[in-house]
Design a protein around this ligand. Structure first.
Ligand code: PRP
Length: 538
């Protein structure tokens, strides 16, 4: 019999599902067309080189690559915009003036299946070429918002930033040679994009960044909210004309948008460096997801030999479809906090109680997994410690407390906003006393943290074999399963009692307060209040 399985990360749509998806698509397309955008289609296959050259797109390792019969490397389209840019630079080479294009297409990227991500998903969007004015930017944002409201999503939150605010800071920093390389700027961009505040503090300290730039760098990720207040603060912090112009641009665009409730986020930066000018995100408040995002990418077309400005956005139709099914199912008022059962949970509950958030039914002995606070506005959810990241990333919980060790290992895509400075320990390589590393031999490493171990040894250029085990790691070198272990060390008691010792320290660990990317904005006040209280407590 034929095996009737389908690969992970893809889905069938049955008749009812297809009809619903189609309705959603039709309403989005109708809005795009009414706004003057004409539909195009680019192929499913593209040359790998199109995406690999000149850092044009993130994650070439995430693309699906195929060799054609002539030995040319091709990919399944991992992104909608780059092929359209290529198409405009060739098919519309001679055309002048504005060009308004729209698309609905499937895109393909390897995904984290454990997190329920898809490797094939549908994206719908617009690209507006040949205009670079606040009115053109406003047109793109308004079209995105209209497409969502026409499809039945009413409770939206739209946020506007400008990539040049960050770019201006990089210009300023680049006067110091240490910050002029693309690598270091990309590193800073990633920290700001992930709002990884503890890491930004460490970075600023380590590099002894001068005071003014330090102030902006550390303020930027949390500089969001009311457009007037935020732009005022951002203007005061500006270090050069590029940053000032970015602030003025946000003001100019927002004044073109009358009937949409829009706020600002100066920490919005894109993972790709060809973005310049406005950048925006739209959140669905009820479902707590990012429905779509877009921005201006004037620098991209130059790479294709047709130097015209461009802006656009894309909606992830699969996320919208899911959100549509769950619409109004979420209680959007309650803030859910994910806590990992075990060491950190008790300390965290005590910390929360110390700031006045109490859980009358909670006791350490209870087997219940969810507890409400006395106001009914906050609940703690006990999950397995290794799952805290996934609960928060997927929006099942809004915020969470997680050890940095587990966060590093899970690679969860969340904002890491606070170092709570408890649950302190270190990540270390340990082995039997007197162990000597033999560079000629492959090192056998037993660990609960394969990702951390792999990254650490790869960074040192050492060849290793990872043996993933789930606990009592100290046993492995004792009975010959491995040469060393990579594990957390808190008091050092477990190592000592088993005749092991630390060979190398990898990094310090402590508890981190993490936040879902959408919840930070859709439950802004509740998240800010808890953060503020925990900070003051620290
Ligand atoms: C952790 C870690 C070490 C131990 C370190 O294990 O994996 O074994 O704690 O703590 P110490 O330095 O204070 O002795 P955990 O207690 O989580 O149990 P496990 O080995 O079953 O995962």
């Amino acid at each position: 019999m034929i095996k009737n399985f389908i690969p992970e990360g893809v889905a069938d749509l049955n008749c009812e599902e297809y009809e619903k998806m189609n309705l959603l698509e039709e309403s989005v397309v109708k809005v795009f067309k009414n706004a003057g955008y004409r539909q195009i289609m680019t192929p499913t296959f593209e040359y790998y080189d199109l995406f690999a050259e000149d850092n044009i797109t993130a994650g070439t390792e995430d693309m699906y690559k195929i060799m054609d019969s002539g030995g040319k490397l091709m990919v399944l389209k991992p992104d909608a915009t780059i092929p359209i840019a290529r198409m405009v630079a060739t098919h519309y080479k001679a055309s002048e003036g504005e060009l308004k294009l729209m698309y609905v297409t499937n895109v393909f990227r390897s995904a984290d299946f454990r997190a329920g991500e898809k490797r094939e998903f549908k994206q719908a969007g617009i690209e507006y070429f040949g205009a670079n004015t606040p009115a053109a930017d406003a047109n793109v944002i308004k079209t995105a918002v209209s497409a969502l409201t026409a499809s039945g999503f009413s409770d939206l939150k739209t946020e506007l930033g400008d990539a040049d605010y960050f770019n201006g800071l990089m210009e300023y920093l680049a006067a110091d040679e240490r910050f002029s390389s693309r690598e270091i700027q990309t590193h800073i961009r990633e920290l700001v994009e992930a709002k990884n505040i503890p890491a930004l503090y460490r970075f600023a300290d380590e590099y002894e960044i001068q005071e003014k730039a330090r102030e902006v760098l550390l303020a930027m990720p949390m500089l969001y909210g009311d457009i007037k207040e935020v732009t005022e603060k951002a203007r005061a912090l500006s270090l050069n004309d590029t940053m000032k112009k970015a602030v003025e641009n946000i003001t100019a665009i927002s004044s073109e948008i009358k009937d949409i409730n829009i706020s600002a986020d100066m920490g919005l930066v894109n993972r790709l460096d060809y973005y310049s000018g406005m950048i925006f995100k739209i959140y669905l408040k009820n479902s707590g997801v990012i429905a779509g995002s877009g921005g201006r990418y004037d620098k991209l077309m130059k790479k294709f030999g047709k130097n015209i400005p461009a802006a656009g956005f894309g909606l992830n139709m699969d996320i919208l479809y899911e959100a549509f099914q769950k619409k109004d199912a979420n209680n959007s008022d309650v803030l859910s906090i994910a806590l990992g059962k075990g060491r950190l949970a008790d300390t965290t509950v005590k910390q929360l109680e110390a700031i006045g958030i109490t859980f009358p039914d909670y006791s350490k002995e209870s087997r219940k997994l969810i507890f409400e606070d006395s106001t009914g506005k906050i609940r703690i959810v006990f999950v397995k410690a290794v799952d805290v990241g996934i609960y928060v990333e997927k929006g099942a919980c809004d915020v969470g407390v997680i050890g940095k060790d587990t966060l590093l290992e899970s690679g969860s895509d969340v904002f890491e906003l606070l170092d709570l400075e408890y649950g302190k320990c270190i990540f270390a390589v340990a082995s039997r006393k007197g162990f000597k590393y033999n560079p000629k031999k492959k090192l056998r490493v037993a660990t609960k943290y394969p990702r951390v171990a792999k990254d650490y040894f790869a960074g040192m250029g050492r060849s290793i074999e990872i043996i993933k085990i789930n606990g009592s790691v100290e046993l492995a070198p004792l009975i010959g399963l491995s040469d060393v272990i990579v594990d957390i060390v808190e008091t050092g008691k477990t190592l000592k009692e088993n005749g092991l010792e630390v060979v190398e320290e990898i990094t310090d660990i402590s508890a981190r307060f993490i936040v879902n990317r959408a919840s930070l904005k859709t439950k802004e006040t509740a998240v800010a209040n808890i953060m503020k209280a925990l900070l003051e407590r620290n």
